[in-house]
Design a protein around this ligand. Structure first.
Ligand code: URA
Length: 248
């Protein structure tokens, strides 16, 4: 996080009202309400440098240390992740390894919950955003909010030549859909490698767009959402971003 973003986060925390210590720990996922009470009573929490063992003591988030460490960020965190192939964007780990396995276990217990902003399918890698900010989640997944997304696509068969024109036309209908895809921009790298920029997030959209033209996507990677890129993040790595600074 750059210093500007850090300063904004600090200012945000300063503005928050005081909260009970047990509530703070529970909402940030440190432990259940009962466990949080026990942790506080055992002396693990300090407020402005003083050990506090009263569980209903009220404090500002930024004044609290847990086990000598500042608390995790308050609600409004946004995670930029490099999703590897093979993980699913689901809270249900019955479907295999999930993207939430990559973040600290404590973050998975936060209330409100951290969820992905849109999804990448299991076989797709690349830039994935996650947040506990319900309004942001709603805004960025709403069909009205046309943020551009760039995909690197590997195809099974060579291009035929008319794909860029068809995708740009805004008339391509996908199987089972009532309205055509919005215009999308195809850039050709070679006969089986392209980039595709789309502004929607329909189910399996990129794969279905090529399927509609009789081709098959063999590898798919999202490299950009708006102005956000992965930078030097490797598959499986993530970083926190400040939404107000690292905007789309
Ligand atoms: N389009 C797809 O087909 N899959 C994704 O994961 C994202 C876009």
């Amino acid at each position: 996080m750059n210093s500007n973003a850090l300063q904004k986060r600090v200012m945000k925390n300063l503005k928050l009202s005081k909260q009970r210590l047990d509530q703070l720990l529970t909402s940030l996922g440190y432990a259940s309400r009962n466990e949080s009470k026990k942790l506080i009573a055992s002396g693990l929490v300090t407020v402005e440098g003083k050990q506090i063992t009263k569980t209903d003591f009220k404090a500002f988030h930024h004044d609290v240390l847990f086990d000598g460490e500042p608390l995790d960020p308050v609600q409004g965190i946004v995670i930029l992740m490099h999703k590897p192939v093979g993980l699913v964007c689901s809270h249900d780990d019955g479907e295999g390894q999930i993207v939430y396995d990559l973040i600290p276990a404590r973050w998975r217990n936060r209330d409100p919950k951290i969820s992905t902003i849109g999804r990448l399918d299991k076989e797709t890698s690349g830039l994935l955003l996650l947040t506990d900010d319900g309004q942001l989640l709603h805004r960025l997944t709403s069909p009205k909010y046309h943020v551009s997304k760039l995909y690197e696509v590997t195809l099974d068969r060579p291009l035929q030549g008319d794909e860029a024109k068809i995708f740009a036309s805004g008339s391509l209908m996908l199987n089972g859909e009532k309205s055509p895809c919005l215009p999308a921009k195809l850039e050709i790298i070679d006969a089986t490698h392209v980039t595709l920029e789309i502004t929607e997030g329909r189910y399996h959209q990129v794969r279905r767009m090529f399927a509609a033209l009789g081709n098959h996507v063999t590898a798919l990677h999202r490299s950009r959402i708006g102005a956000l890129t992965l930078g030097d993040l490797k598959p499986g790595e993530y970083r926190l971003i400040d939404w107000e600074t690292d905007s789309l």
